[in-house]
Design a binder for this molecule. Structure first.
Ligand SMILES: *Cc1c(COP(=O)(O)O)cnc(C)c1O
Ligand SMILES: [Zn+2]
Length: 450
């Protein structure tokens, strides 16, 4: 029997290769051609619920740990491993907030803006959606130790899941490039942390080589099973919209795992007849790390049924190298110039009629302050969504009455330095600095009541 007759299998995304592998293999890249791999399913062999609302009914049985998980509640849609391997620490208990105040600030129709707070995950970012799936696969293949390169949140999430599974974990971080909230988590959860004199792209390069040499299980978003978990962010948005679709999903773009996963989620739901149209997607880069934006909008790079023009990418990266370019943005989670999921992301843009934009650090920090003031707050990378949305509304690409879901990827406490600097140094119009007062009751009362 060929692997493509299995319930689930892995398949190379290169149409000229199409190599297939068993899910029991932990290979992360096609050994034949080096391209990315997808998890694929034979849905006719899986008892997928007939209506999306059947997934929601599992809330009633949430004393079952898999029904409690906001990822595994949708398990038939990521059916690559047996329940006995599934690792869950209560991820995906996140909310979609209808935010009328920010809608008003953006001059949108008041009921059309929704914020998906992925910062409410156990380690404080959306990465837990992916990690629960990757670690379930790690358990399935009998991994003993794992590793990742990280701008911060991947390491925090990996460290948490690794100790839940009793695996040894090693994090590769760039020197001086990690927000303190995230570094503190990796150390506290017991990961071995290796700080490399380089940026994220250097770490990504090294970790792949180390994993190959030492047989460590790699949990970066290159791992196709991690992306399977991240599909569920879209399922939960639809769930919280009463099983209706948004018109737009807005997401920050770093290594492009999320955008890749979201497109795959919609493609599969459509294939299953569970949705009847595909929402559009807007992917927002930081202007100091705008590879995707540049490649798509200026170099006209497209998916082209999987036959992506590799020369455009090679030339672009060669130029980055020649210029000794290192990305720079206060949104450290998206400070990446060679995104590993680039091709899968192009597939999403093709499927979802997507657009890509970039926003400055100043726009990011102002948007972050707005999200803090009127919502539950988020870290800088997440705020790129509202900054990007503001520009797309001004361009009339997104209409004021279209239903928009912004994915707020990480918690406000992840990066207190950016927040404190913005407010204390009065960096923008929404700064709210502390007021100095003498140690004197009358003077304090005067300050509060003036
Ligand atoms: C990882 C991360 C991103 C980038 O997501 P990709 O899937 O790599 O594009 C954005 N925001 C936060 C908070 C992150 O941790
Ligand atoms: Zn291949």
């Amino acid at each position: 029997m060929s692997v493509s007759e299995n319930i689930a299998y892995q398949k190379c995304i290169n149409p000229d290769c199409q190599a297939e592998f068993d899910c029991g293999e932990a290979i992360f890249k096609c050994p034949k051609c080096g391209e990315l791999l997808d998890a694929r399913y034979n849905f006719d062999k899986i008892e997928v619920p007939k209506k999306l609302s059947d997934f929601g009914n599992r809330w009633a049985t949430r004393n079952n740990r898999l029904d409690f998980s906001g990822v595994w509640r949708f398990r038939e849609l990521l059916n690559f491993c047996d329940d006995k391997y599934k690792v869950s620490i209560g991820e995906g208990q996140t909310i979609l907030e209808q935010n009328t105040a920010i809608a008003k600030y953006l001059e949108m129709k008041s009921d059309s803006l929704f914020l998906q707070y992925e910062g409410l995950n156990p380690s404080g970012s959306f990465k837990d959606n992916g990690m629960t799936a990757a670690f379930s696969h790690a358990m399935m293949v009998g991994a003993k130790s794992c590793a990742c390169a990280s701008t911060g949140n991947t390491s925090a999430s990996m460290a948490l899941y690794a100790h839940a599974c009793e695996l040894k974990s090693t994090v590769f971080i760039g020197s001086g490039r990690i927000a303190f909230g995230k570094l503190s988590q990796a150390m506290d959860y017991g990961s071995q942390t290796i700080q490399i004199l380089g940026d994220f792209d250097d770490c990504m390069h090294q970790v792949q080589a180390v994993c190959n040499k030492l047989g460590l299980y790699l949990v970066n978003s290159l791992n196709p099973f991690r992306l399977e978990g991240q599909k569920t962010i879209m399922y939960r948005i639809i769930e919280q919209l009463g099983w209706e679709l948004p018109d737009w999903v807005v997401v920050p773009g770093g290594n492009l795992g999320n955008s890749s996963a979201f497109g795959k989620a919609f493609a599969e739901l459509k294939e299953l007849g569970l949705i009847d149209r595909i929402p559009r997607i807007a992917i927002i880069n930081a202007s100091g790390a705008d590879t995707l934006c540049d490649l798509v909008n200026n170099k006209k790079l497209v998916w082209n049924d999987g036959r992506v023009d590799q020369k455009i990418i090679d030339d672009y990266y060669a130029d980055l190298t020649a210029r000794n370019f290192s990305p720079h943005t206060c949104a450290s989670a998206i400070e990446i110039s060679r995104p590993v999921n680039l091709k899968k992301c192009l597939r999403t843009i093709d499927l979802c009629n997507g657009v890509v934009r970039k926003v400055s650090d100043e726009e990011i920090c102002d948007a972050k302050a707005i999200i803090g003031k009127y919502g539950l707050g988020c870290e800088p990378a997440s705020a790129a969504t509202i900054a990007g949305l503001k520009n797309l509304l001004a361009e009339n690409v997104i209409g004021k009455d279209e239903r928009v879901a912004c994915v707020l990827t990480g918690h406000v406490l992840k990066d207190p330095n950016v927040t404190v600097n913005y407010h204390k140094e009065e960096q923008g119009p929404f700064s709210n600095p502390p007021i100095e007062a003498p140690n004197d009751l009358d003077a304090i009362i005067k300050l509060i009541t003036q």
